[in-house]
Design a protein around this ligand. Structure first.
Ligand SMILES: Nc1nc2c(c(=O)[nH]1)N(C=O)[C@@H](CNc1ccc(C(=O)N[C@@H](CCC(=O)O)C(=O)O)cc1)CN2
Ligand SMILES: Nc1nc2c(ncn2[C@@H]2O[C@H](COP(=O)(O)OP(=O)(O)OP(=O)(O)O)[C@@H](O)[C@H]2O)c(=O)[nH]1
Ligand SMILES: [Mg+2]
Length: 449
């Protein structure tokens, strides 16, 4: 798949008009190749690393100046990828960027694959796999908490925890091997299993963060539903803290649904405001209601809003019971500022007008997805199926090893699952890897990362 001897190039900033754009280059011959298409006081290949040079990108076929640029020079092994690299800082015009890229592609560079710069950093031992995965997480994090967690992963928090568990397993293996060397002692019973049980405990703790990690990474979908005029659009605006949706006392105001990302205690939420559900003869409104139902079906959670000044209607009862069959639901008793009726059992009282009850609603949302709100971003969370699988495999192997020890199995038999446990952790950090796994991880990256 990836041809790692090639020299690669890609735009690292978004396509479109901007003040400055950055084209990233990497590869053994990247600086020499750059010499041919750059005119300035210094040649890129003859420039010291961590230096910026001024000049022009030229088309070597015609000597035409294409753009005025600054180029940052990095020399192997001191660069992001560990290879010779450069960054062309050009004017942020897509037409000009495309011309520079075309010149690069006809002068010794090829287009980088998604994530290929980071893959090269991994291959050149600039970072382990947990850090490489964190790079992409930082770029795509949807809330500040998710971004901070990823940043700590990039700093090596997950790697260090895995490494320290590996040390515990290694010291048990060393013990077993020492005994293998002195068979006359025949002291299987004397293997100290404290470190193994501690490793299992630590792996369990990491596995326990998977759900939270996933939700923080992917976010959840929440649909606001209820009768017309119940206050769905008002709640949408309240949750977004901005005046996005049209609110009016005319029934059937919202037709096309609205959606927006927001953060609830660090959890990324894709929130939908939908058309109020009622029997309608109007074909456009009826289509909106149909879409409301589809949205509810594809959401993780439905917040069902009832206008407390009206109370629960038969229609509400029907809607709630049909939603409850397929989805998690939170029921809200809205407009409490107007009505003094106390909320029916299971309803959260709320006033979109005064904001009273809003905190309780947020807590209920967090509870309903049963994750802990991440207040401390220094905790380590795992968030990929790959990480989960490696940890589960390692834990299973450790249980096997404990069984073998307590059954008095021979030492060479005990050593097998211990090594397997170690290998699974090695796979997690990338010491042991296969091309398939690497492809799976890096193909989800942006081009230029
Ligand atoms: N312009 C630019 N900004 C960027 C990046 C980049 O590649 N280019 N990064 C990319 O995502 C991030 C920064 N990450 C980087 C990580 C390591 C090295 C680097 O040169 N490492 C050398 C020297 C380290 C040192 O002096 O301690 C090395 O590891 O040998 C550069 C950038 C965010 N901002
Ligand atoms: N006093 C008071 N009025 C509210 C409250 N919530 C919503 N309203 C009012 O109720 C009316 C309907 O609110 P919307 O948010 O538009 O209701 P909706 O559920 O989106 O209605 P449709 O889009 O028609 O389905 C508006 O006049 C709001 O100002 C509340 O908590 N207190
Ligand atoms: Mg509305």
């Amino acid at each position: 798949m990836y041809q790692l001897d090639d020299n690669i190039a890609a735009l690292a900033t978004p396509w479109g008009k901007s003040a400055i754009a950055i084209i990233r280059l990497s590869g053994r011959d990247s600086l020499i190749n750059l010499d041919k298409i750059f005119k300035g006081k210094k040649k890129p290949s003859a420039t010291e690393g961590y230096t910026i040079i001024y000049g022009h990108i030229i088309d070597p076929a015609t000597e035409e100046k294409i753009d005025e640029v600054l180029i940052s020079i990095f020399k192997a092994p001191n660069s992001y990828t560990g290879e010779n690299s450069a960054e062309i800082n050009c004017h942020g015009n897509p037409v000009g960027i495309q011309r520079i890229l075309n010149i690069l592609y006809t002068n010794g560079f090829r287009e980088a694959e998604p994530g290929e710069f980071t893959l090269r950093a991994f291959i050149n031992r600039k970072m382990d796999l947990t850090r490489a995965e964190a790079v992409q997480e930082i770029v795509s994090a949807k809330t500040e908490q998710a971004r901070e967690l990823a940043l700590h992963k990039l700093e090596g928090k997950l790697f260090s925890e895995i490494d320290s568990i590996k040390q515990e397993i290694l010291s048990t293996i060393a013990q077993v091997e020492l005994m293998l060397d002195y068979p006359e002692e025949d002291a299987n019973i004397n293997i100290n299993t404290d470190k193994l049980t501690d490793s299992i405990e630590r792996i369990k703790n990491l596995l326990g963060t998977y759900k939270t990690g996933r939700i923080l990474k992917e976010g959840i979908k929440i649909a606001l539903a209820g009768n017309t005029n119940a206050g769905k659009s008002s709640l949408f605006n309240l949750m977004l803290k901005e005046d996005r949706a049209i609110v009016s006392d005319i029934h059937g105001t919202t037709r096309d649904y609205l959606e927006s990302w927001l953060s609830i205690k660090g959890m990324p939420v894709l929130l939908y405001d939908t058309a109020g559900i009622r029997k309608s003869e109007d074909p456009i409104e009826a289509e909106g209601i149909k879409r409301s139902r589809l949205l509810m079906e594809s959401s993780n959670l439905v917040i069902y809003i009832v206008d407390s000044t009206i109370g629960i209607t038969d229609e509400d009862d029907d809607n709630i019971s049909s939603i409850e069959k397929i989805k998690k639901i939170i029921k809200v008793w809205n407009k409490t500022d107007l009505s003094k009726k106390s909320p029916p059992a299971g309803f959260i009282p709320l006033s979109c007008k005064t904001g009273e009850g809003f905190k309780e609603l947020e807590d209920a949302i967090i509870r309903s997805v049963s994750i802990a709100a991440v207040e401390d971003t220094h905790t380590i969370v795992i968030d990929s199926d790959r990480q989960k699988r490696c940890l589960e495999e390692s834990m299973d192997a450790l249980f096997h090893a404990l069984d073998a020890i307590s059954n008095g199995e021979p030492l060479d038999i005990v050593a097998v699952p211990l090594r397997a446990a170690l290998n699974s952790l090695g796979e997690l950090t990338g010491e042991i890897n296969s091309e398939d796994i690497l492809e799976q991880i890096f193909c989800n990256f942006c081009v230029g990362k």
